[in-house]
Every structure is written in structure tokens, then in C-alpha cells.
Ligand binder design. Sequence first.
Ligand SMILES: Cc1cc2nc3c(=O)[nH]c(=O)nc-3n(C[C@H](O)[C@H](O)[C@H](O)COP(=O)(O)OP(=O)(O)OC[C@H]3O[C@@H](n4cnc5c(N)ncnc54)[C@H](O)[C@@H]3O)c2cc1C
Length: 375
Amino acid sequence: MTDFQTSTTVRHIDAEKVLAQVLEHLREHDLVASRRDNAWLVDYAESKIIFSAQADALYAQVTASSQMALYEGRMMVFYHIQEFAQCEPQDIQWQGDGVILERPPAFRLVTAQAVSEVGPHMRRIRFGGSDLARYDRQDNIHCKLIFPQPGIEDPEWPTLGANGVPQFPKGDKRLDVRTYTIRRINAAQGWFDVDFVLHEDAGPGSRWAAQAVCGQQIGFSGVGGRTATQAAWMLLAGDETALPAIARIGESLPASTHGVVIVEVQTPADQIRLTMPQGMTVQWLYRENAQAGTTTQLTDAIQACPIATGGDRFVWVGAEFSTAQAVRGWLRHTVGLGSKEQLVVAYWRRGLDETQMKSAPARQADNSPAQKAPS
Ligand SMILES: Cc1cc2nc3c(=O)[nH]c(=O)nc-3n(C[C@H](O)[C@H](O)[C@H](O)COP(=O)(O)OP(=O)(O)OC[C@H]3O[C@@H](n4cnc5c(N)ncnc54)[C@H](O)[C@@H]3O)c2cc1C
């Protein structure tokens, strides 16, 4: 099989320091580099990456057996060098294969095929599209949805710049990108479902879902971000934005799994039927008249849950930022869970839209480059 290859040399940076930071960061995400002569070799997803630092130049080469894997490896290198060298996107130029792709390889145009109500505050949209096989995986269930501005009839979808970075239109034709969970997918039949929370202070995602009708098109990309690791004992918890993920994770668990599910929704009418292993107990919390993200009831319920002591256990939480912060600290410092025993993700942040949340100072490890979804 022919391998695809691309490389970049980024000059005028403190190459050894940047390389050390990149390798350290990869190590934190369990990507261990091995040394060969003056180079460092990293296996990333389905690509092989070679880094070497010479004086003020950092060289990186990506090799992969498909254009998609090549692109993903290249973007991982791009985001890490850009972050640690603090350089501009145009300083990272690529040579070799894959540099003339017209669109990000993970990008798909998808069409709303069916709209249904899951509950008073949640709407399910079934999207149809082609070439969806790469999104049909249980270890990675999140995606990016790309929304044109309301009223724009001929959206301009993202293209790829010479440095491989997606270029988004600006001004009136700008696109808004939001993160969602693929609730169900059937790649062979060419469809997937997304459950949208219709929340107050609606942004592009919830606003689009509220008006969606069959035939409308949006952009779709991904997949990205980790999900829960299966374990003999599990705690799955979150608010309604995490409900699609909790439902999908629960459906994939072996029947022998034990544990607890805790979900906060607005009212009893927002409760849905969850398919969970018999040994998982499900607890629903209702906010009633309180606004989302203003109560501590989810944190309190998680902290009242007796976490399995030792053994094969995993805690997964998706919730508003302050809940996620409180729970993450408690799990680490009070319960003593290691990084491989928990994943706590801020799904949204009160008062900030998704773009602002990601650039806010208290940025979280969950959104760090090694986890970024290809766009
Ligand atoms: C990995 C991951 C998976 C996700 N999966 C899903 C999913 O399957 N379904 C889903 O509905 N959401 C999901 N979310 C959450 C979703 O991305 C956010 O709620 C996002 O902010 C929605 O975008 P928006 O355009 O509606 O609002 P934005 O433009 O991002 O925000 C506008 C305003 O709405 C507020 N806001 C955002 N979300 C909520 C909320 N839930 N309740 C109240 N106010 C809110 C913001 O604080 C802001 O003030 C997921 C998030 C992550 C990180």
C-alpha cells in the first residue's frame, strides 16, 4: 500500500523548547514518543509522526496510509506547534501529499430528514448524508455541527488553506460551529440522529434546531474528544445536554455493568426512557423553575453517590462548567480517582457561548489540542 506523506519546517522559534513542550503534552494524553537518533517518533491515531529540532527550526513529518489519517496527523502537529511556539497559522506551511484538498476531509454536508420531539425541551433531528462510516464508532461519539447564518440561502462551506487549516467565511456568511453528540448512527443507511436541547438564551445550535424542517442543510464534521471507558462499575452523570451521550453510552455497556446514572432535567416531562444494564440504578433530578446551571443539585447528588472503592471503575460527567469544575476537583482530591478512572467535561458554560467558553481563561484540559476534533 502506498503511504501518503507531508512535512513542515517551522523556523525562527525556540525549536528544542517547543518540541519538549509538545512531547510533554502528548505524554499527558498517553501518546508516548520514542527516540531514534535526533528524532522523536509518535504514533498518532492512524498516522506516524517524526519530530526533530535543529537550532531555530522544528521539523515534523506525517506519514499515513489514507488522506484522512494524513490530515488528522497534520492537524495535530499544526495545533500543537501553533500553541507552544505561539506562531501564526501562516508560519506553518506544508509540503507533500494532501496539501491541495479543497475541503477538510472530515467535512460533510448533511440534510435534515426527520424532526421529532423527544420531550418539551429536546428535539431530535435525523440527518442524511453520504460517506458516514468514519463517524460510526463507539469510542468517539461527538461531532461538530456547522450552521449558516439565518436567512443565508447559499452558504459558503469551509475550505482548506495552504497550511491545511480550515478557512471559514467571514462577515454575513460566517458559520457557527457547535459541539453535539451523535445519538444514533447507521452509516450503511446514511443517517444519524442528534438530540438538541432547546435552551433559553438560544444560540445558533438551539435556534437552528427550534426552526428545523426537513430538507435544510448544515455542515457536519468530527469525530472528536474521548468518551467513557467501560468498567465493571460506572457512574454516568450530567444535565440534559449530556443525556444523548449518557443514553448512547448506557446502550453500549455489557449487561454485567453495575453503577449509577444521575441526570438533571427541567421537569419530570423531560425524563426519557433509558436502556441501561440491570445493575445500573437511574436517578432523575428536576430543576423545575430554576434556570439551567444555577443549582448545585447535580453536584450534590454526585457527591452523595458512593463511588466504588478501587477495582475496575469509571466516572463520566458532562455538565455546565461550574458543576464540571466542582465535580472534577472532588473526584480527584476527595475520592482520589486517577486520570484513567474519570472524564468530566464542561458541555457548556453559563453566560458564554461555545466559542467564548473555549477561549475563556479557565480553559480545561478536555479541550486541549490532543483532543481537538478535526473540523
Ligand atoms: C462533547 C459535547 C457534546 C455535546 N452534546 C450535546 C448534545 O448532544 N445535545 C445538546 O443539546 N447539547 C450538547 N452539548 C452542549 C452544546 O454544545 C452547548 O449547549 C452549546 O452551547 C449549544 O450551542 P448554542 O448555539 O445553542 O448556544 P451558544 O451560542 O453556545 O450559547 C448561547 C447562550 O446559551 C447558553 N447555553 C448553552 N447551552 C445551554 C443549556 N444547555 N442550557 C441553558 N443555557 C445554555 C450559553 O451559556 C450562552 O449564554 C455538547 C457539548 C459538548 C462539549
